[in-house]
Design a binder for this molecule. Sequence first.
Ligand code: URP
Ligand code: ZN
Ligand code: ZN
Length: 571
Amino acid sequence: MSTPVKKVPIHLQSSQNRLVIKNGTIVNEDGQTNEDVYIEDGIIKQIGKNLIIPGGTRVIDAKGRFVLPGGIDPHTHFDFEFMGTRTVDDFYHGSKAAIAGATTMIIDFVFPKEGESLLDAYHEYRQKADGKVCCDYALHVCLPRWSEQIKKDMEILCRDYGVNSFKMFMAYDFMLNDGELYSAFEHCHKLGALAQVHAENGSLIAKNAERLLAKGITGPEGHEMSRPEEVEAEAVNRACVIAKQVDCPLYIVHVMSKSASKVLEAFRSGNRVYGETLVAALGTDGSHYRHECFHHSAGHVLSPPLRTDPDTPSALMNYLAQDVLQLTGSDNCTFNQSQKAVGKNDFTKIPNGVNGVEDRMSVIWEKGVHTGVLSLSRFVEVTSANAAKLFNIYPRKGCIAVGSDADIVIWNPDAVRTISAATHHQAVDFNIFEGMKCHGVPDYVIVKGRVCLEEGQLKVVEGHGSFVETPVFAPYIYDPSKLEEVKVEKNGFVEAEYPQLSKLKIQDEYVCPSPTLPESAVSTPSCRGSRPEGQRNIQESTFSVSEELDLERKSCIRVNNPPGGKSSGFW
Ligand code: URP
Ligand code: ZN
Ligand code: ZN
C-alpha cells in the first residue's frame, strides 16, 4: 500500500505571495538583529536593511515586535485512537489551533493498532493528515512491540518515507522489555534514527494501581499516586543506561519531574541524551488531581502525571534554561469530559492526555521569558530551533534565514490574553490553563508565506500544510566530523546485512545558502548550513535583485561544520 498523492490547492493569495516584514527585531537561537525580512512564494528571500523589493509587495510593520521562527511542537497526537476512544482534535482542528498559538509545524506520532504493520499505520496517518493539516507536519513512529518485521519496516520508513524517529514505551500494555529496548535502540543507531522513550516503570505502576483500587482509591488522585516521581526517574535512568550500551542517541519524551530531570543532568556529559518537557508541566501542577470536580481533575490526567510538588514547574523551566532539558512539546492528546468520564470509578480507565498545542508558546513565554528565566534566544531554541535540529530539518525550519521556509511569528510582548476553553480554537471542551493570563501574543502568524493570523483574525487553510521528510543521521546527533566513520559503518552494514538500505538519505555536506548580493543590499544573519534534500533555494525566486542590478552571483560556500558549530556534545 502506498500513500496516495493528494493534489492540494495552493491558496496563496496573490497579494500574499510577496511580503516584507519591516522594523521588527528578528530573534534566532543565536541572537537578534534589527532587519527586514522579504518573503516570496513561501520562502525567505532576503534579510537586511533597505531591501530592494518588487512594487506591490505587502508590507507588515513589526515596530516594537519580535520576529520569531514559528513554533515547532515536536509532540502531538491528532486523530489518535487511544484507551478505547479517539482524540477530539484531528489534524485540521489541531493544526488550526497550533497556528492560532504561533506554532507553524507539528510532529505527530504514528501509533499502529494491534496487529497493524508500521507501514500500514504510517500510510493511515498520512491519509488522516494530508489535505487536512493547515501547517507543515512530520511523523515519529511508535513501536508497540518488537519483531524482525518491525526492524524491516523501520528501515523502509527511514529509507523511503522520511521518518527518522521511533518512540518506545516503558509503560502501558504495549511496553517493551529491557532486552527489546536494547535491540530497538541498537537498530535506531544503525539507521541513524533517534530513539524516543516514554519513560515510566509500567510493572510498578500496574502493581501500585491494583493496590490503590483495592483500598478504594478510585479517583484521579490515584493516577498520580500510582505513578510517583521515582517511577518516572527509574525508567529514565534505565533507558539512559540501555541506550549507552549501544551508543544510541536517546530522546526522553515528556519529562515531568525534578527527579527525572536530575537523572538526565547526571547523564549529560558524554552522552547524547535529550529531554523534552511539556507545557503542561511548566504551566500547571498535580494539585488539580485533588479538585472536588471529577471533570476538572480528570481533565488534567496524562502520563507521566503532573507533579504534586509545587516547585516542579519553575524547576523544569530552570532545567530548560540550563540545557538539562532541550525542548518543549505539548503532548496534545485531547479528550472531552464525556470521554474522560469513562474512568469515573476507576482512574486507570481515564483516557490519558491534555491540551497544549495552542497555548504552548504563550505559556512558555509567560513562565519563562516574562519571568526572566529564559532569554529570547533560549525561547527560540526550546520552542523551535532545537526540534528542527534534532529532527534534521534545520535550517529549513526553526530559524529566520535566507532560504528558510517563511514560518514566522510577529510577537507582541506587551499584549495580554487570558486562556479559556470558551475562546480557544481546539475542539476539546476543557483547558488545563483556564484563566491563565499570558503576556506575549502573536500579532501575525505566517505559515509558508501565507498570513494565517492577523489582528486576532484566524485565516487558516485546510490542506495548506504538507508532510516534511526528516532525514536520518542528523548532524546535531551524529557528529559530522565522524560522518565518514558512520558512512563506512553504514555502508558495511548496508552491504553486509541490509542491501535495501543503500538509498538511505543522509546529509553528508553542509552548504550555506549563497550570498547573492553585496552587504549593502542584503545581509544574511549568519551561515546556517545546508538545505536538506527537497528544499528550495533562494535563487529560485521569480524576482531576482541580482539580475536587476546585474550583479554576479557568488557560488555556494561549503562549510565543514553543521550550522551553529560541531555537534560533539550538548549545545
Ligand atoms: O498521557 C499521555 N501522555 N497521552 C498521550 C500518549 C503518550 O504517552 O504520549
Ligand atoms: Zn508517552
Ligand atoms: Zn504523547
